[in-house]
Design a protein around this ligand. Structure first.
Ligand code: IPM
Ligand code: MG
Length: 356
């Protein structure tokens, strides 16, 4: 089982170290190799996704990824910015299916910014298409406008687009995932305004006919944003495009108490996967030892289940995370009165101990 370890920038290095520690506690043999990515790779090699890092990722069964980015790189040309590393990995490896489960642990019901009764028992799965949409659509750029409201002035533009096969394959992923859960899919679109998302809705409906046992509902993205904070438990599987999925998954994370709890898996057609916390590099708290490593540790569990065929080891890690929360251990992002505050390493150590 070959795992590429790409910690990246900011808190990425701190949280990935804890997840690696947890993996090493299991009685499984992994071949783990690390490489620089993001700003760290730019500093060392002049590129956020060096050829050597891409090759390591390509040759691995799974990739454990931390986070990339820092404000200090905001002035670089776009192709050299740290974010291009994660976008490049997604594109180059064809990681089109992004799973972002939002589960509210019973121990954290009070850590959410919503009323406890709204989030208690919450368990939703956001499936975000990850290699298409306005994120990757061409053409894009800057130019002098020849039409529009202000011809002759500077303008910028991006292209939102989806092809039929791109929508079909993510639809199948969503319907199949729903079959293993409560058999309900909400497809989120903006069909009332955008041609791309009218097409999305039409193709979703078509594919849905192959899954008569699964209930398909369509919802506009603005309404979905509202329903997520109004009655989040009404959702089960949400499937949506790259951009809407980016936004809605951050919103959903807050239902669980903290974005520091949200793991993710990004899979390609061969089940090769990249596993990363849904949060970013958090440069404001980097190096302070306070970041929550649980999203990354839970991402490692998803890796064991989805790409490495080790469901028992995955369940053991998830149980250990549950146990440390029951012990009352909390990093600052999920801390509340009456619990015990620990740092990144303290939390990692506690998970290791709970595994033993
Ligand atoms: C995410 C992040 C990325 C995205 C950034 C870092 C490019 O926000 O994984 O959600 O927009 O997809
Ligand atoms: Mg995001």
């Amino acid at each position: 089982m070959k795992i590429a370890i790409l910690p990246g920038d900011g808190i990425g290095t701190e949280i990935v170290a804890e997840a690696v520690k947890v993996l090493k506690t299991l009685d499984l043999k992994f071949d783990m190799e690390s490489a620089l990515v993001g700003g760290a790779a730019y500093e060392a090699h002049g590129h956020p996704l060096p050829e050597s890092t891409l090759k390591l990722a390509r040759d691995a069964d799974a990739i454990l990824f931390g986070a990339v980015g820092d404000w200090k790189y905001d002035k670089l040309d776009r192709p050299l910015r740290p974010e291009q590393a994660i976008l490049g990995l997604r594109k180059n490896l064809g990681l089109f299916a992004n799973f972002r489960p939002a589960i509210c642990y019973r121990q954290l019901t009070h850590a959410s910014s919503l009323k406890p009764e709204l989030v208690a028992g919450l368990d939703i799965l956001i499936i975000r298409e990850l290699t298409g949409d306005i994120y990757f659509g061409q053409p894009r750029g800057r130019r002098v406008a020849t039409d529009g409201h202000f011809p002759g002035t500077e303008e910028a533009f991006d292209t939102m687009r989806y092809s039929r096969p791109e929508i079909e394959r993510i639809a199948h992923v969503a319907f199949q995932a729903a079959r293993k859960r409560s058999k309900r899919v909400t497809s989120v679109d903006k069909a009332n305004v955008l041609e791309t998302f009218q097409f999305w809705k039409d193709v979703m409906t078509e594919v849905g006919q192959q899954y008569p046992d699964v209930e398909l509902q369509h919802m506009y993205v603005d309404n979905a944003a509202m329903q997520l904070v109004k009655a989040p438990k009404a959702f089960d599987v949400i499937v949506t495009g790259n951009m809407f999925g980016d936004i809605l998954s951050d919103e959903a994370s807050m239902l669980t108490g903290s974005i520091g709890m949200l793991p993710s898996a990004s899979l390609n057609a061969k089940n090769q996967g990249l596993y990363e916390p849904s949060h970013g590099s958090a440069p404001d708290i980097a190096g302070k030892g306070v970041a929550n490593p649980l999203a990354t540790i839970l991402s490692a569990a998803m890796m064991l289940r989805f790409s490495l065929n080790q469901p028992e080891a995955a369940a053991r890690i998830e149980k250990a995370v549950d146990a440390v929360l029951t012990q009352g251990l909390r990093t600052p992002d999920i801390y509340s009165e009456g619990t015990t505050k620990v740092g990144t390493v303290g939390m990692g150590n506690a998970v290791v101990k709970a595994l033993a």
